[in-house]
Design a protein around this ligand. Structure first.
Ligand code: BES
Ligand code: MN
Ligand code: MN
Length: 462
């Protein structure tokens, strides 16, 4: 394929452009980076234009803009819509990075012997959505674009995509497509390619437990007045029982049970528990009784504290009963749990288990619906064939534990099942220090995307 020749001839250029994009600290969560997030949007718009897209537009929203661009070569051909996000997670804690998060470097690792790009956003999601722009550039340059293409790259994914729903609803015509591609997930490994067909949803809560109207001497008052940190810990531990079941009444009511056959197929995926433990340096795994690790992540809901604070945490010791304690708690959800409903169940339960000695406040942050997509659609089959061509092995469908709220939104508003065409690995350290993305993953991703266009055109017309 001439496209592959173009990709191979332009490796340095493709890589250097990605490194430039990674130098922009587009952290959507922290207002300090506002100008950087906006320059990342401009970078993306510029890259789309240079690759050959028409009608490139930086669409303003009340938050960060959505970058749109398209190339309609022939309305009778199928249309591919690409979604991705140019915003990244905060890089904190900076001191745990081996190299600065926004100064990308390429280093070899055991898993990536041909090099990996270390930078915040390298795998999530700049390195992944940028593959689509480069595949498009190659197809345009070689006159081999065989489907129409539309790009929609947003800047608020890591903070809950608050403004995306309205944009999708208001731009249904503009976003009309035959298939949606999202590269923002993992594969099992380079040797075991896979396509994600399920993602968990999420309800993200913040709680505050309030005791006395001021911090108190822990000798004068300790044992007589509620300590909000003690109470908060008790309340949190009461939300999981000894089998790691969530105890919130009604929590599991809408959870879809899989058939034995479905579970068997899920567990047939290559997975080595010892290797898993070794890579994480843990003596044992931990989770809901009766389920395997693959199931715990893929098809079961869960509840986790993401942060907890209160009281004195400075040097030395201070004897104090704090007046307040706080925690951020997320629940990962599976079909057919509704995140608004779960947020309400959580709030009711949390308030019900609070002793009279404290007041509690519960706030619901963002959330998102779980999603399962078809593993037999034309788009899935084209993705499967494209991966088989570039990896030399047929990918298997998997379910992942992360969340991409737009997936369910696309299903609802555009009636299209996105293809979760991710090329990252779960060891790439997403959201962690030393996030990285394999150089090989980047280039094989670009080639696979180009192959997808041909397969999708062929399968759509047959
Ligand atoms: N790309 C991730 C989601 C993901 C990661 C899916 C790994 C599958 C495997 C995405 O950017 C993300 O981090 N999503 C957030 C949710 C969002 C609403 C903040 C998440 O999963 O925590
Ligand atoms: Mn992502
Ligand atoms: Mn992310």
């Amino acid at each position: 394929m001439a496209v592959n020749d173009y990709i191979r001839a332009n490796q340095d250029k493709f890589l250097n452009e990605l490194l430039d994009l990674l130098r922009i600290p587009s952290v959507s969560a922290d207002p300090k980076f506002k100008n950087d997030v906006i320059s990342a949007a401009k970078f993306v718009a510029d890259a789309m234009e240079k690759a050959g897209a028409d009608l490139v537009e930086i669409c303003e929203t009340p938050g960060y803009p959505i970058v749109y661009g398209e190339k309609i070569i022939d309305p009778s051909l199928p249309t591919v819509l690409v979604y991705g996000h140019y915003d990244v997670q905060p890089a904190d804690p900076y001191e745990l990075w081996d190299s600065p998060p926004f100064e990308p470097v390429i280093k070899n690792t055991k898993i990536h012997p041909e090099g990996a790009i270390f930078a915040r956003g390298s795998a999530d999601d700049k390195g992944q959505f940028y593959m689509h722009i480069k595949a498009f550039e190659a197809m345009m340059a070689e006159n081999e674009l065989v489907c129409n293409v539309k790009f929609m790259i947003e800047g608020e994914e890591e903070v809950g995509s608050d403004n995306l729903e309205k944009f999708v609803v208001e731009n249904k015509e503009r976003l009309k497509s035959d298939v949606i591609l999202i590269s923002d997930t993992h594969m099992i490994s380079m040797q075991n390619p896979s396509i994600t067909v399920g993602l968990r949803g999420m309800a993200y809560m913040e709680v505050e437990v309030i005791g006395a109207n001021r911090d108190l001497h822990s000798g004068t008052y300790g044992g007589a007045v509620a300590n909000p940190i003690n109470i908060l810990c008790q309340m949190i531990s009461s939300m999981l029982d000894e089998n790691n079941h969530v105890t919130i009444p009604g929590f599991y009511d809408k959870v879809q049970a899989l058939t034995e056959e479905q579970r068997k197929r899920l567990n047939a995926a290559p997975f080595d528990l010892n290797e898993y433990k070794e890579k994480l340096d843990i003596a044992d795994v931990h989770g809901e009784k009766g389920y395997t690790t693959i199931e715990r992540v893929g098809i079961r809901p869960t509840l986790d504290v993401n942060g907890i604070w209160g009281g004195y945490i400075g040097e030395g010791a201070k004897t104090v009963l704090p007046s307040k304690a706080n925690a951020k708690i997320s629940m990962r959800l599976v079909p057919d749990q509704d995140w608004h409903e779960i947020a309400t169940l959580f709030e009711d339960y949390f308030k019900s288990v609070a002793p009279k000695s404290v007041k509690v406040k519960v706030k619901s942050h963002h959330g998102g619906s779980p999603a399962v997509v078809s593993d037999s659609s034309v788009g899935y089959r084209a993705a499967e064939a494209a991966m088989e061509e570039t990896f030399g092995k047929r990918p298997i469908p998997t379910r992942e534990g992360g969340s991409i709220p737009i997936v369910a939104l696309f299903q609802k508003e555009l009636a299209t099942d996105p293809i979760l065409f991710g090329f990252g690995l779960d060891t790439d350290a997403l959201h962690s220090p030393n996030e990285h993305y394999g150089v090989k993953n980047y280039f094989i991703g670009i080639e696979t995307i180009a192959a997808f266009f041909k397969k999708f055109r062929d399968l759509s017309q047959s």
